[in-house]
Design a protein around this ligand. Structure first.
Ligand code: A3P
Length: 323
């Protein structure tokens, strides 16, 4: 499928009041919401602070999990303060271009949205230090000061294998982004570098290639599943924090799938509820969905698995990265 056909599929299958289509941006032709160009300059010019902690990822790779881990480590396991909703204490840089409420708000006057939704870039610019910032924007579109190395915040990147990311993204897009198509069509879009924040591999590799820079930590979802305490230890060391064994146990427990699923400050149930209440998206499901590795085995046909494996092989050969 060529880019024009994929663009047409993308436009046809994602139908919501808060997304007016997509654009392709920059040399990698990154797929972003049509409202993104209104924020592009402000994002690139955003003053970065050395004291910032950034969690960067492709969607559905364990971003929320990593955010909660980083925030708790940096805030000395202050679980009382961690009751503040994650999007408020750890805002999403491109929240506003992704969820464009300009046409919706006049229709629903009692829907009151905070600044981190209506203008996420301004909210972040005005946040007191130390700031915590989430973004799915790939390396080449990040604020210039990160790219040119003139300011070096802590950047934690998290990656996940392509097949589980795709399965997770499909459910996410139905629940939160108005996707109306089949799983097969979603996979076509994913493999065709045509879902929001695609292309997948250049997103990951641009951070993998920088993994040895002193301010960049590269994590994998699968490692967090296999041995979370080790990942916590490694992340704490990277952040310059000391955690004793008992604190690591406590944090591991706080970050378990079950606890995060039941934690309203991180499980996005309020967003799902707003979408239902105001009839913006009526899909069923939960953000904290399955939290497993290898779910693709039950969801993908052998032919599809083969396509994904070849795609991965082509893109990862000679990189040293395995997922
Ligand atoms: P699934 O849809 O496969 O369940 P992101 O935060 O980048 O959107 O990623 C969401 C994915 O991470 C979802 O995957 C979600 O269930 C999973 N996740 C979130 N918290 C988790 C945790 N504590 N343990 C394991 N997986 C978690």
């Amino acid at each position: 499928m060529g880019e024009r056909e994929l663009d047409a599929l993308l436009a046809r299958l994602f139908l919501t009041d808060f997304r007016k289509g997509y654009v392709r941006v920059g040399p990698n032709r990154v797929v972003l919401p049509a409202y993104y160009p209104d924020f592009r300059d402000a994002i690139e010019a955003l003053p970065v602070r050395a004291s910032d902690s950034w969690v960067v990822s492709h969607p559905k790779t364990g971003t929320t999990w990593t955010q909660e881990m980083v925030w708790c480590i940096q805030n000395d396991l202050d679980f009382e303060k961690a009751k503040i909703p994650l999007p408020e204490r750890f805002p999403f840089l491109e929240h506003s271009p992704l969820f464009d409420y300009r046409d919706i708000l006049p229709r629903i006057p009692d829907l009151k949205l905070p600044l981190y939704v209506t203008n996420s870039v301004k909210y972040i610019d005005e946040m007191p230090s130390p700031r915590f910032i989430k973004t799915h924007i790939p390396w080449e579109l990040l604020p210039r000061q990160i790219q040119d190395g003139s300011v070096m915040p802590k950047v934690i990147y998290v990656a996940r294998n392509a097949k589980d990311t795709c399965v997770s993204y499909y459910h996410h897009c139905k629940l939160l982004e108005g996707y109306k198509g089949s799983f097969d069509d979603f996979c076509k879009l994913f493999l065709g570098n045509s879902v929001c924040f695609s292309p997948f591999w250049s997103h990951i590799l641009s951070f993998w290639d920088r993994r040895n820079e002193p301010n960049i930590l590269f994590l994998k979802y699968e490692d967090m599943k296999k041995d979370l305490p080790s990942v916590i230890r490694k992340t704490a060391k990277f952040l310059g924090k000391e955690l004793n064994d008992s604190q690591i146990d406590i944090l591991t427990n706080h970050l378990s799938f079950q606890n995060m699923k039941n934690n309203p400050s991180v499980n996005y149930e309020a967003v799902v509820e707003i979408n239902r209440t105001y009839n913006l998206i009526a899909a069923d499901g939960e953000f904290m969905r399955s939290g497993t590795v290898g779910e693709w085995k039950a969801k993908m046909s052998p032919e599809l698995i083969d396509k994904f494996d070849k795609w991965e092989e082509e893109n990862l050969k000679d990189t040293g990265l395995t997922l």
